[in-house]
Ligand binder design. Sequence first.
Ligand SMILES: C[S@@+](CC[C@H](N)C(=O)[O-])C[C@H]1O[C@@H](n2cnc3c(N)ncnc32)[C@H](O)[C@@H]1O
Length: 264
Amino acid sequence: MPTAPTAAPATGSAPAGSAPTGPGSDGPGPAGPGSDGPGPAGPGSDRAVAVAAEEFVRAQTAIGAVPFVPEVRLHLAEEAIGLWERTESAKGEIGLPPPFWGFAWAGGQAVARYVLDHPEAVADRTVLDLAAGSGLVGIACALRGAASVTAAEIDAYAVAAIGLNAAANGVAVEARCADLLPGDGSPAEVVLAGDVFYERAMADRVLPFLRRARARGALVLVGDPGRAYLPREHFTEVASYRVPVVADLEDAPEKTSVVWRLDG
Ligand SMILES: C[S@@+](CC[C@H](N)C(=O)[O-])C[C@H]1O[C@@H](n2cnc3c(N)ncnc32)[C@H](O)[C@@H]1O
């Protein structure tokens, strides 16, 4: 993952029956904005799980403008470790992934800035925001007239955050709780990814996915602040920014974050 949070949170216990579905769960995930309807509302139902996830995101964040992308407002957390602990406590599990969804990562801020300043990249085109986290990149695309935006995530809390954040910005983003990496991102004409090269295992899956999307003709852009596993040899730089970041997530208050276009 990006440089921090670096410490694992303490274990907590969960109120029975109240935990949202998280990554690795067996269920289909919460009924996000892209779900087929409200469904049954009993305890443990998809709908109840989605509502619990939304309540958790609301309770743990405050709405604010993204520093480098002030056109977008997000439900943002103040610090990572405490939120990570509370997420594990709410789920009653340890070893969960960090709460990426509570922050605007440097790579995502760069792609969102680029899209807002170059609307021709996405206007009237179908867009996939891969590994969307808060949904920042997809929301920027929707603000600049994308024909449709799908935001893909494997974390049910992120799916909840994407729905809340899209609503806070008055745009439509379909949040999908799905691992799309075995595919090629079809039918999206534009595939965007902010900050996805922070782990070798993920990078080893993301690059082939992006190359398949590029091979079928999609425009593929990624934002990256110098993560260790970015395969630069496949990319051409299209923009570079100094992006302010949350202090306890990174090793500096600002990161140089580059928007790269995949060439092949
Ligand atoms: C560092 S965060 C970046 C979030 C956002 N793109 C940004 O720049 O603010 C990486 C995100 O990738 C998500 N992720 C990891 N593996 C994934 C997969 N196979 N499919 C979709 N999302 C994934 C994580 O849940 C996490 O939210």
